[in-house]
Design a protein around this ligand. Structure first.
Ligand code: NDP
Length: 464
């Protein structure tokens, strides 16, 4: 089977949610031949990436994020009306030998506003920021016939350039750049305020952002309708400083996550055609992104199953023990399965079990200690959710394993009969081989030696 390849490119890219989104969509649409990967492509490496995808027969398309949304346009053979107007492309598609450019942020914005019953036709909207996302907002609001769109930006010239462009496209809408003090001059009530700056993204600027947003809501003299909407394009965390400040002032919050999902659904439609049941897919995907699976990894004997059950209880989520599922499936112990079918067979079965539960919300999954050694399982886990590494020192593990009645097949025959020093050596050798992957891949590491399962679970809840 020829695989289709797609990417999200940007720099940095490691925290992108796109691999999880497209893995979820492929799973729900039963597309098994799509390989979607995050690629860190620097500004200097963009020309080489373009050459590579032109030659790649399997390449379907790519999502494009900072810093390439504008820089990629000269490499494209055709661009949509949105890209021409906004000057930024966030999706490319390969059609024959041609590279086509789209901007699906506009669709994401329109879908989100419609989903929240926020109707802008004939109304006044306030936008904070005048960068690439603000241009997509201005375009979407112009399309919907907003009466007045005001921008507040540090760099007024940048806002003015945006306005000049949009005014020529949408003569019915009045676009204005306001200086920081302008609020009180116009008493037309605002129905929607949008944060299109990265303010609040970093904890460093939390105090400054809180003061900035409070100032706009209260002190600049703007008039807002009762229950006006506040829309933050930032989607992680979902409850941003901007939304929290606005909610305190009585605004109805709209999260950037819905926009991210909306633009991704349109990307899928561009690459693969119409999606069945878009609206339920959209709400399922949102639910999934808010409640992605939590995976527990760590060496054998560390307590993944006990902690997993405690964690699931605290969260009210479903608990899944991959080893227990395998035993249930094959009707024999893991030890017998290893002996009769070998490790490769076991790893493949383990991967199928991991995949089966990867794209459901609200599940806690206890993994076998060697799951991360198998590339398909590792990739699936990294895309699907967050990984917690439960660590313990060797003496703790040795003490626990010595008390276990059953066999650990991976430790080899006769482990239980070995002298303590030989046991330690065998454990240490295997641990050293696995520890690198645990540390490298985990989103969170919890040292478990002196904690009860409930305390470990509480630590996970507090830190993720
Ligand atoms: P740009 O870099 O193009 O623009 C950033 C804007 O924010 C500029 O107007 C800039 O002002 C302003 N800004 C930056 N820092 C500050 C600050 N400290 N105080 C006040 N204003 C500031 O970024 P984008 O427009 O592409 O993205 C903006 C936000 O939208 C990002 O957080 C991004 O993650 C999010 N986004 C979300 C999407 C989604 O699907 N939910 C899609 C696209 C973007 P100046 O011009 O004065 O420098």
């Amino acid at each position: 089977m020829t695989r289709k390849e797609a990417f999200v490119i940007g720099s940095p890219i490691s925290h992108s949610l796109s691999p999880a989104i497209f893995a979820f969509l492929a799973n729900r649409q039963q597309v098994t031949d799509l390989e979607y990967k995050a690629r860190d492509v620097s500004i200097e490496a963009l020309p080489d990436f373009i050459e590579e995808i032109k030659l790649n027969q399997n390449f379907v398309g790519s999502n494009v994020t900072i810093p390439h949304k504008e820089a990629i346009i000269p490499y494209l053979d055709q661009v949509s009306a949105e890209v021409q107007a906004i000057g930024a492309a966030n999706v490319i598609q390969k059609k024959g030998s041609l590279l086509l450019g789209y901007n699906t942020d506009v669709y994401g914005i329109l879908q989100t506003l419609q989903g929240q019953a926020c109707f802008v036709a004939g109304a006044r909207v306030l936008i904070l920021g005048a960068g690439g996302a603000a241009r997509a907002l201005a375009y979407a609001l112009g399309l919907k016939g907003a009466k007045q769109v005001d921008f507040i930006n540090r760099d007024l010239k940048r806002a003015q350039a945006l306005i000049d462009k949009m005014a020529s496209l949408f003569p019915r809408t009045e676009f204005r750049a306001l200086s920081q003090e302008d609020g009180s001059r116009d008493k037309t009530p605002i129905i929607l305020m949008i944060n299109a700056t990265p303010l609040g993204l970093s904890l460093k600027d939390e105090l400054h952002s809180k003061a900035y947003f409070r100032d706009i809501c209260r002190n600049r003299g703007f008039t807002f309708i009762k229950n006006a909407h506040a829309f933050d394009l930032i989607y992680k965390p979902e409850k941003t400083v901007f939304l929290a400040s606005a909610q305190r002032e009585g605004f109805q919050p709209i999260s950037g996550l819905a926009m991210l999902v909306g633009q991704a659904l349109q990307t899928w439609q561009i690459w693969f055609g119409l999606l069945e049941g878009v609206s339920s897919l959209q709400s399922d995907l949102l639910d999934y992104l808010r409640n992605q699976p939590l995976y527990l990894t760590g060496f054998m004997g560390v307590g993944k199953s006990t902690v997993g059950a405690a964690l699931a209880k605290i969260l009210g989520w479903q608990f899944i023990d991959i080893d227990a599922l395998i035993v249930q499936e094959v009707g024999m112990s893991i030890s017998d399965l290893f002996q009769q079918k070998g490790e490769n067979y076991f790893r493949d079965l383990e991967f199928k079990m991991i995949l089966k539960y990867a794209f459901y919300p609200r599940v806690v999954v206890a993994l076998g200690g060697g799951a991360l050694t198998y590339a398909p399982s590792r990739d699936c886990i990294r895309k699907a959710g967050q990984l917690v590494y439960l660590s313990a020192n060797m003496e703790t593990l040795l003490g626990r394993l010595a008390k276990e009645p059953g066999q650990r097949p991976i430790l080899g025959a006769g482990f239980s009969d070995l002298a303590i020093d030989d046991k330690r050596l065998r454990l240490m050798t295997l641990f050293k081989a696995r520890e690198g992957a645990y540390n490298k891949l985990a989103d969170l590491k919890v040292v478990t030696d002196d904690l009860t399962p409930e305390e470990i679970a509480q630590q996970i809840v507090q830190n993720l």
